[in-house]
Design a protein around this ligand. Structure first.
Ligand code: DGJ
Length: 723
């Protein structure tokens, strides 16, 4: 429900899950309430209005802007923190005083033409509000869009220059919300930090009276941080407590900021990073900031994740694959690295087929003269030394064995040692007169340029049309440097990073919509671009290059805060693990990988007979449970960030798959219990041995976690609801 009162001083957005109350005083947009729903069944919105007289500064009191819960804070007139929206004007100052103009309820949710976004469906419609604010002096107009969709609040901002002189946007937050801290308790912040090989590690810290900034300046959402921040009751757990979360649907540099000022109000915001993004807005022009998703839960972090998972499964992207069972794949990267021949790949295909694998993926090294990571990116024609008969004959032979075929690309890159670079040395991001900084011996193509976008679209379409390729792994292995396009005039140089992302999104739209039957998986040196922006075009992302079972429990647990398991690539790799040197049991590697889109990343030929049998059993198992792991409700049960244990479950009306693991073995272990969630308390659930439990017992009395006496042991249990 969206309600605007007659006086246009209050606006209520409410659904079963939350209420969001805005107020307008002296033309300033304030946030009066954000929290559990105030709309009880049949309630009159007029009655709720009564509870919210604006008393931030009663008449007679001085006009103290520092006290106010600004919806859109901006410095220079009494707010002393980071701004949400700000523009430098022709007079040389950056005062941005946005005053309320109007609020309108729209009949449908706006679709963002050139940016990834969530959309309504026949089954779940949105309600949308547009609020217009304007700075009369400069002519900057801000239209704030709020849609209630599937229990979440979806936001974006459109900035328009209605003045006579150019403006430079320096702050363009997609969402900003003040939340009043409860008197009696502290609030915590969580975010997902990381690095290559250990992405999305859950960090929890006191929100304090401080400014806390979660950001990427890398031109990618990054391994280092994820575009996600949440404020939560200090006592909140997976199952209880209030959580206020924000996630940005964007794959480039971002900033998510929490500011706790003297007034005990937390300002949460998320959007493009002001360090890396500026945008010149000429008179009459518009700028659309990326979409942000705000989720409120009063049922702890699992409650928050349920909303994100449902939203991203049902409302993000158009891929035919979103609801299809994903094929079990075998990728040759860790099996061969660059060192393969056509015979070796065909041999791997036979081995894969023997295990029940459905898709063989040929990774890096099949093109140009690429035998290591020092050359050939950009030369997307087959490496005849390795594949003398070409790509199509190999693909056809693999397909002839009853497997699908997948291929690796890194389309956004260019190696200095490549024919492409020799022909177009200026196509990379660079600044004349300065060295071109290499990362993994490569440079980045300047995707803000139309001819570069068209070149990528051209070779991708040509190759994908040339033979039956069913899957594409789209990799991206370095971050931006010298990110100032040589094609842009100096007033627009700072637009390069965002123009790059718009170019990338155009390319992805063209390529993925031209091959709707192809399954696309995004990758960035593992999980360096695991974000909802990429998931809009490609329904799955390679979660991490680290597939060590112990590390993966943490990585997948952290990733699940926001992203559904149907978005995560999860593979069994060889031991000793190539990233950690650790040896974990095949069964544990497999059971952890059951929690995502399952695959293998090894040469089955090197496995012992026992491990080979186990790998085969795992492939069989995934085929039995993947409908549940892809579409079921996911609950985190025990955090590996807090303990030596980890547990999660997938459930539907009909069944539950429980996973638990222990990192290090414990002498004299007295079984700890795991308590299941989201079950029917009166339902009867039967395990694979025929033992029966009520849902109430599983949730309240729990199950003892039994382990073999060894490190890195895991268990899975499939329970079917029989009554
Ligand atoms: C990084 C990816 O994460 C790996 O899986 C592999 O594809 C390499 N790039 C290839 O260069």
């Amino acid at each position: 429900m969206i309600y605007i009162n007659n006086e246009k001083t209050q606006i209520h957005l409410s659904c079963d899950n939350f209420s969001y109350v805005l107020g307008i005083q002296n033309g300033i947009l304030l946030n009066l309430y954000y929290g559990p729903s105030l709309m009880t069944e049949g309630a009159d919105p007029k009655a709720i209005e009564l509870g919210y007289h604006i008393d931030a500064y009663p008449s007679g009191a001085s006009f103290e802007l520092t006290r106010l819960p600004f919806e859109i804070p901006s410095t220079g007139s009494g707010w002393y923190g980071e701004s949400a929206i700000k523009a430098t004007n022709a007079q040389g100052d950056d005062l941005t005083q946005l005053k309320f103009v109007e609020a309108q309820i729209l009949s449908s949710m706006p679709e963002l033409a050139s940016l990834p976004h969530v959309h309504e469906t026949e089954e779940e419609k949105a309600e949308t509000l547009a609020i217009t604010l304007k700075d009369e002096l400069t002519g900057l107009k801000a239209t704030l869009y709020y849609s209630i969709l599937a229990g979440a609040l979806i936001r974006h901002t459109v900035l328009t220059n209605e003045g006579a002189a150019p403006l430079t946007l320096t702050h363009m937050a997609s969402a900003s919300t003040p939340i009043v801290l409860p008197m009696s308790s502290h609030m915590d912040l969580i975010h997902l930090k990381g690095a290559w090989g250990r992405e999305r590690q859950l960090v929890r810290t006191d929100a304090g009276q401080s400014i806390y900034r979660v950001e990427s300046q890398r031109g990618a959402s990054s391994h280092e941080e994820n575009p996600f921040i949440a404020l939560l009751d200090a006592g909140a757990t997976e199952d209880q407590g209030k959580v206020y979360a924000m996630n940005l649907i964007y794959s480039g540099s971002f900033a998510a900021v929490s500011q706790v000022k003297e007034n005990r109000i937390v300002h949460l915001s998320i959007g493009l990073n002001p360090e890396t993004h500026r945008w010149q807005l000429l008179p009459g022009e518009n700028f659309t900031a990326p979409q942000a998703v705000q989720v409120f839960s009063d049922q702890g972090l699992n409650g928050m994740s349920h909303i994100f998972h449902h939203l991203y499964r049902e409302h993000l992207g158009k891929s035919q694959w979103i609801h299809k069972e994903r094929p079990v794949l075998l990728n040759n990267w860790e099996a061969t690295y660059f060192n393969f021949t056509a015979d070796k790949i065909l041999h791997l295909a036979d081995e894969a087929k023997g295990l029940g694998v459905e898709l063989l993926v040929l990774d890096d090294g099949w093109f140009g003269h690429r035998n290591n990571d020092r050359s050939s990116l950009g030369d997307w024609y087959v490496n005849k030394d390795k594949l003398p008969e070409g790509l199509a004959p190999l693909v056809n032979q693999v397909v002839g064995k009853g497997l699908q075929f997948g291929l690796w690309f890194e389309p956004e890159m260019i190696s200095p040692d490549s024919d492409l670079y020799r022909a177009h040395a200026d196509w990379c991001l660079h600044v004349d007169g300065r060295a071109r900084t290499e990362g993994r011996h490569q440079l980045m193509l300047d995707l803000s340029r139309r001819e570069v976008q068209d070149y990528i679209i051209g070779f991708m379409k040509e190759i994908l049309s040339s033979c039956p390729i069913s899957y594409v792994k789209w990799d991206y292995n370095r971050n931006m440097t010298e990110a100032f396009s040589c094609m842009l005039p100096k007033e627009n140089k700072f637009e390069t990073q965002h123009r790059y992302m718009l170019g990338l999104y155009r390319v992805l739209e063209e390529v993925t919509s031209s091959f709707p039957e192809v399954l696309f998986e995004s990758c960035s040196g593992g999980g360096g671009r695991f974000d909802a922006g990429m998931l809009y075009y490609m329904p799955q992302t390679w979660t991490s290059d680290d597939s060590d079972a112990a590390e993966r429990m943490k990585i997948q647990y952290g990733t699940s805060l926001v992203y559904p398991s149907s978005a995560m690539g999860a593979h069994i790799s060889a031991v000793p693990n190539h990233q950690t040197g650790r040896v974990t049991p095949m069964k544990s590697r497999g059971e952890v990988a059951l929690g995502g889109n399952f695959g293998l990343e090894l040469d089955p030929g090197i496995l012992s007979p026992e491990d080979k049998e186990m790998a085969k059993a795992m492939v069989q198992k995934v085929k039995e449970v993947r409908h549940l792991t892809a579409n079921g409700v996911f609950d985190r049960l025990i955090s590996p960030f807090d303990s030596n244990f980890c547990a999660w479950q997938f459930s539907s009306e009909a069944e539950v798959l429980l996973f638990y693991g222990r990192t290090l073995s414990i002498p004299n272990y007295i079984p700890r219990r795991v308590y299941l969630r989201s079950l029917d308390p009166a339902g009867i659930y039967e395990d694979e041995n025929g033992t029966r439990y009520t849902g109430a017992v599983l949730m309240n009395a729990g199950l003892p976690m039994q382990f073999e006496q060894r490190d890195f042991d895991t268990k899975t249990m499939l329970l079917k609801k029989v009554q």
